[in-house]
Design a binder for this molecule. Structure first.
Ligand code: GYE
Length: 342
């Protein structure tokens, strides 16, 4: 009897041990299948490493969203996104990590134009196509990148200048002395360089346009306010502020109002801004900002179209410009404000 029950116990033990073993093996087996499917799904997708330069402005936030909405899993992409927080060295690190992860494409918005030769050469040696977004690079060999998707910043600057010409003429002030200050974007960035050149080209045609001072204010609202305060302390007679983006403009308007001066249509200081984010367009509509030169951050779709062309083996242009407008009180409509999602 005793012998028998020991035998049964042994049988029960073996039975459960076998079941446990089967469960463990089965579990591993099924997980393996899942992992394999996951890996193969990912292999089908186009892997894009995106190095965004920072998150300094409303424009930048919209630009990031546009990229993230374009490179989705549903659209067939696997996106590796990195925010460099305004530091070129962080962008170089991100690009090197994209290279070591063997991504299919590198997309990046260069914070400044110079200093990219070495890392772009490394991408080239790894055979990874590089696409520039928003800003440009200044390299001796433009074969280091495939194409650029962004804005014509010189044209934007010229648009600002041409608008001022027309506005002064309309108000019968085209012969009078006009004192101008310029809040410039990040030093060495394409948007700052292009907008400065474009506006200067028009300004150079007018002896009565007097550029009192130009100062970098990093495309941020806080710095825009600070630099504007110093302009106001030094120059009691400012007629026009040219501000390279809306965020700096918001800060500048605060500083001007705090100094007791008035802005915009019918005010003492004319405000010329760039970007045309919704908050600024509302100020165009109510006459606080005289004109806003649009810069279009919706570049994600253009970028994915370029990648599709490259995937299909088609030839792409070296530069794609996004569509842009000039906004004054006359053409900022309710619909425009409603559909503006940034
Ligand atoms: O105008 C500004 C942003 O390079 C076009 O960068 C871009 C500029 C944009 O921070 O708001």
């Amino acid at each position: 009897m005793i012998k028998n029950s020991a035998f049964i116990n042994k049988l029960i033990f073996i039975f459960f041990a076998v079941i446990l073993l089967l469960m463990i093996l089965g579990g591993r087996f099924f997980t393996n299948i899942e992992e394999d499917t996951y890996v193969s799904e990912e292999e089908d997708r186009i892997v894009v490493g995106v190095s965004q330069l920072g998150s300094e402005s409303g424009w930048r936030t919209a630009n990031t969203e546009s990229v993230q909405n374009a490179f989705t899993q549903q659209n067939g992409y696997f996106l590796i996104f990195n925010n460099a927080r305004q530091k070129q060295e962080n962008q170089i690190k991100a690009i090197r990590s994209f290279i070591s992860q063997r991504v299919d494409y590198i997309v990046f918005a260069p914070v400044v134009e110079t200093g990219w030769e070495t890392v772009l050469q490394e991408a080239r040696e790894a055979d990874i196509p590089v696409i520039l977004m928003d800003r440009k690079v200044n390299v001796r060999n433009d074969g280091l990148y495939v194409t650029c998707v962004g804005s014509d910043f010189v044209e934007e600057g010229e648009r600002a200048g041409r608008w001022l010409e027309e506005d002064l003429a309309r108000r019968g002030m085209d012969e009078r002395n006009v004192n101008i200050v310029v809040l410039k974007g990040t030093q060495g960035s394409s948007s700052q360089i292009g907008r400065t050149i474009g506006f200067s080209v028009v300004a150079a045609k007018h002896d009565n346009w007097n550029i009192l001072e130009q100062e970098y204010a990093d495309f941020t609202s806080a710095k825009g306010k600070e630099v504007m305060e110093s302009f106001l302390r030094k120059h009691p007679d400012i007629d026009v502020v040219v501000s390279h983006n809306d965020d700096m403009t918001f800060g500048a308007i605060e500083a001007i109002r705090a100094s007791g001066r008035t802005v915009g249509i019918g005010g003492e200081i004319t405000i010329i801004s760039f970007d045309a984010v919704r908050g600024a367009l509302e100020m165009v509509a109510d006459g606080t900002i005289n004109v806003d030169i649009e810069c279009n951050p919706n570049q994600g779709e253009y970028l994915s179209r370029v990648i599709e062309m490259l995937e299909a083996g088609e030839k792409v242009e070296k530069q794609y410009y996004v569509e842009e407008n000039v906004f004054t009180m006359e053409n900022v409509t309710e619909e425009l404000l409603e559909e503006r999602n940034y």
